[in-house]
Design a binder for this molecule. Structure first.
Ligand code: GDP
Ligand code: IMO
Ligand code: MG
Length: 427
């Protein structure tokens, strides 16, 4: 059972951090393969709560090597402060490996992210403002700065100069901002070099060797399937590929090496930022889901938009990721509703569809078609096996499984490591 991918099946914040942490004890490597510090992964261990942004959740499991792959965009100041924050809490971070091919987020990327959003006005994406989109844009435009450039001052200066040539025109002439000086950026970036040097490694080689030796490698996605730049609700997406294929490009491991793809699926739906969301609730039920589920962003502190479970999206996630299993999270949050609506299809201009429409305009007009499942009122947070769940909670899980196209192999009934019902082992 060498390589597994664990990714978000909805719009992010499904509970990936908890799921990764849960497996961490039996895994040799946990690898982030895309995104950056736009992610906010919460892990609760005993009475300790950790919010991880850039570091793979495996960092909290002694014996597990956390890896930041080439597909990640790295803000070096955030990385170093996240590492020192964990060190202060007694977490050993010395095992971290960082790909020399990962691209850097620099202060001009964050600046461009914020200023672009401001100028988009009401058409804004609602990004996290962490410079993610501009850093990936530079990567694709071949004017990005990579981790390895930190160790060659002359190359670094040339590359920053080339990147700023164009960017300063945009900042000054289009957005009326002050131009950024090359020397200032180079000096700041060089200041991180010594501290980062010891982590940098040929991660692709190490991971391929690990898989070949039968070690267990877990790829941890950031964001979620519907935020994928190719398969999500474009343009209201992030600028990378959280979907399963992204694990291959973002870590340099071929698809033939991956044996299992686990989709993390919340028992209802949330979204942060702008964009279509058919089952969104703008009423008291939405407010209750937000309150009971604690649905506030880990990265930006924004309230998450909340809605009922959407089986069309779950089926779509199964399809585009080739999911082998689901980990259903936050079932406990639904305790107390007399009946729970579940979206089984959409109605678009009078026509019923059971698939995610490929046209953006159609998706914007999609109205959810609901089935109503009976709820439960018993506390389920102490449940240790499927049979401990009340009959109606069992029925809800079984119904979701049937609608979603892959077996539900684990169920979250609380935020803690031990508040999980394992139905089929992942390893
Ligand atoms: P991620 O970005 O996918 O890692 O998810 P976040 O950490 O942003 O949001 C998930 C939130 O739900 C966190 O506060 C978790 O501690 C919490 N959580 C995860 N699984 C469960 C669960 O099964 N039940 C409850 N009540 N909370 C959970
Ligand atoms: P985790 O890993 C939820 C959303 C932003 C915005 C869009 C683009 O915790 O699930 P970006 O800054 O990436 O350019 O913003 O994507 N977004 C997330 N939403 N969870 C996340 O990460 C997210 N990362 C980005 O809110 O709508
Ligand atoms: Mg999150």
């Amino acid at each position: 059972m060498p390589a597994l991918v664990l990714l978000g099946a909805q719009w992010g914040d499904e509970g990936k951090g908890k799921a990764t942490d849960l497996l961490g004890g039996s895994v040799d490597y946990v690898v982030r393969y895309q995104g950056g510090n736009n992610a906010g992964h919460t892990v609760v261990v005993g009475d300790q709560k950790y919010a991880l942004h850039l570091l793979p959740s495996g960092i909290l499991s002694p014996g597990c090597v956390p890896v930041i792959g080439n597909g990640v965009v790295v803000d070096p100041s955030v990385l170093l402060s996240e590492l020192s924050g964990l060190n202060e809490r007694g977490v050993d971070t010395s095992r971290l490996l960082l790909s020399g091919n990962a691209h850097l987020i620099t202060p001009y990327h964050t600046e461009v992210d914020k200023v672009t959003e401001r100028f988009l006005g009401k058409r804004k994406i609602g990004t996290t403002g962490r410079g993610i989109g501009p850093a990936y844009a530079d990567k694709i435009n071949r004017v990005g700065i990579r981790v390895q450039d930190l160790f060659d001052e002359s190359i670094l200066t040339q590359k920053v100069e080339a990147a700023l040539d164009f960017k300063n025109q945009v900042l000054a002439k289009l957005y009326n901002r002050r131009a950024v000086r090359t020397e200032q950026i180079v000096e700041e970036l060089l200041g991180y070099a010594d501290e980062l040097r010891g982590y940098v490694a040929d991660t692709t080689l190490i991971l391929n060797n690990a898989v070949d030796e039968g070690k267990v490698v877990l790829f941890e996605g950031g964001q979620g399937t519907l935020l994928d730049v190719d398969h999500g609700t474009y343009p209201f997406v992030t600028s990378s590929n959280p979907t399963a294929g992204g694990a291959c490009t973002g870590a340099g491991v071929g698809p033939t090496k991956i044996s299992r793809v686990i989709g993390i699926l919340k028992a209802y739906t949330t979204r942060v930022g702008a964009g279509p969301f058919p089952t969104e609730l703008l009423d008291a039920d939405g407010e209750s889901l937000r309150e009971i589920g604690g649905e506030r962003g880990v990265t930006t502190g924004r309230d998450r938009r909340c809605g009922w479970f959407d089986a069309v999206i779950a089926r779509y996630a199964t399809r585009v990721n080739g999911l082998t299993d689901f980990f259903l999270t936050k079932l406990d949050v639904l305790t107390g509703w007399e009946r729970i609506p579940v979206c089984v299809g959409y109605e678009i201009e009078g026509r019923r569809t059971d698939e995610l429409p490929f046209s953006q305009s159609d998706f914007h007009h999609a109205k959810p078609v609901y089935e109503f499942l009976p709820g439960w009122s018993e506390d389920i947070t102490k449940a240790k096996s499927f049979s401990d769940l009340p009959k109606n909670a069992q029925g809800y899980v079984k119904a979701l499984e049937e609608m979603s196209g892959a077996p539900i192999s684990a169920i979250g009934v609380g935020p803690g490591r031990d508040e999980t019902i394992q139905i089929n082992p992942f390893l």
